[in-house]
Design a protein around this ligand. Sequence first.
Ligand SMILES: [Zn+2]
Length: 138
Amino acid sequence: MSTSRRRFLASMVSVAAARVLWSESPDQTAFPWGAPVIDCHFHPRPTLEANLAHIDGSGCQAAYLLARLGSADDVKRFMQQEPSHFPGYSVSTNVTAADAIALLTAAVKAGAHGFGEVKYHVACDSPRCAAFMRPRPS
Ligand SMILES: [Zn+2]
């Protein structure tokens, strides 16, 4: 998988923002985990309120959403509504489907920062799984 310089820098800005939040906190013990935590494997709930309740309950300050392809529009809406809580998203789909690579490529071009859950009974060293790891022309 490749990433653009812009996306890499955006990720680094998110990490830097979390570090600033932590360093500017008057009481660093306010963080249940000892420091700000971003959940990097968060399956979105149906509503914004349910998503906020979940990250608050887990002691996280933000979550990186991991959505099925069909719910990409929902996660984009959550990101627009609460950008400090939901800084980005990835998508997943059944990687054994014939059009999986095309679908995931289109999703990344539409704004997804990557993809996950590449685990649909595919051997990690199989040609099918390796196809997801090859760099693609942009
Ligand atoms: Zn998962």
